[in-house]
Design a protein around this ligand. Structure first.
Ligand code: PMP
Length: 358
């Protein structure tokens, strides 16, 4: 039996994708082998890899002057790879701090260059985005980094910042959740384990003029230019994760592409926030203008009921609702593979729980 899985990542994958992978597991397209058992340099696998890239380009409408890189080391490796590739050692770089993941990106970048925290949401306890008029951007930053969606805090930018330096975005928990204008960005990166596929893969989309600037000492596997020149096969890539991401991209196209997917995600989020706001029992602390469509944290009126809520939710097939250990409470992640029926079931459960305990 499949449950409704609200995990923040690794997260739910589309059932149709898992079933296709299962059906192809031992005899992949008549080869008599699993896709995991063939060379990454074989014609058959290269076709899979190229098709995945083509489908991702189609979904996000990625312009031709951007490279798509399939990397390892998660988004965390990119926290270091970004300054190594885009900023000389004496460079100044701007970061917007809107929560836990921005903070991690900042502390890693600070090991490689001078970081200016141009805006800090500390005063709002990381429940909002500081007004643009308060941002203190540098004159000549090598780039501006931000986290469009904070997975833990549930804070999401509803806009793309207007900056003159190349804009770098950690889209780990929002990529593919709706259409975006890639041309506004210098670099987009995302760990795969939410809206792309299995953990072990990290996708980067980088504008051509930002390639070839890696500082001395950058490991070869993290040098964007070298990786791009090798078609992301400088060494053995995570072939199964890449194949599965390709199946997810095909599934997204069959769903009608990102405009359709985005509308569904908006409806899912609206349903859950409405349930929370109208309850008088549940509470979401985030400024309504910056509420995430993908990660919805919420508190119960009485934290003493948290454990009962989780136990009963589990029994009802609603899984992985516990909030991040750093903030407590609950969190429902509503990535692409989570259907609206899951949100309806959660919403009904929440109302019933409130009637019984509120
Ligand atoms: N950035 C964001 C926004 C995330 O949500 C996460 C993981 N939850 C990371 C970075 C770190 O990703 P990884 O574990 O792939 O290194």
């Amino acid at each position: 039996m499949r449950v409704f899985n609200f995990a923040a990542g690794p997260a739910a994958l589309p059932l149709a994708v898992l079933e296709q992978a299962r059906d192809e597991m031992t005899d992949w397209r008549g080869s008599g082998m699993s896709v995991m058992e063939v060379s990454h340099r074989s014609k058959a696998f290269i076709a899979v890899a190229q098709q995945a890239e083509a489908d991702l380009r189609e979904l996000l409408d990625i312009p031709a002057h951007y490279k798509v890189l399939f990397l390892q080391g998660g988004a965390t490796a990119q926290f270091a790879a970004i300054p190594m590739n885009l900023a000389p050692p004496d460079a100044r770089v701007d970061y917007l701090n809107t929560g836990a993941w921005s903070a991690k990106a900042i502390s890693e970048a600070a090991r490689y260059c001078q970081v200016n925290v141009a805006a800090d949401a500390r005063d709002s306890h990381y429940t909002s985005v500081p007004p643009v008029s308060d941002w203190k951007l540098s004159q000549a930053a090598a780039y501006v980094h931000y986290t469009p969606n904070e997975t833990i805090g549930g804070v999401e930018f509803g806009f793309v910042p207007e900056v003159s330096a190349p804009l770098v975005a950690d889209m780990s928990s929002t990529i593919l959740s709706r259409p975006i204008d890639v041309s506004r960005f210098g670099l987009i990166y995302a760990g795969a384990q939410k809206n792309i596929g299995p953990a072990g893969l990290c996708v980067a989309i980088v504008r051509d003029d930002l390639l070839g600037k890696a500082r001395r000492g950058t490991p070869g596997v993290w040098d964007y230019q070298a990786v791009a020149a090798a078609g992301s096969m400088l060494n053995t890539p995570p072939t199964f994760a890449w194949y599965l991401a390709g199946l997810v991209f095909k599934w997204l196209r069959a769903q009608g592409g990102l405009a359709a997917v985005g509308e569904r995600n908006r409806a899912k989020a609206e349903l859950l926030y409405t349930t929370i706001d109208q309850s008088g029992f549940y509470r979401n602390p985030v400024d309504p203008a910056y509420r995430s469509w993908m990660n919805v944290p919420f508190m119960l009126a009485a934290p003493a009921l948290d454990q009962t809520f989780l136990t009963e939710a589990n029994a009802a097939g609603l899984r992985n609702l516990e909030g991040h250990r750093s903030v407590g409470g609950m969190r429902a992640s509503l990535y692409n593979a989570t259907p609206i029926d899951a949100v309806r079931a959660l919403s009904a459960f929440m109302l019933d729980f409130m009637r019984r305990y509120g």
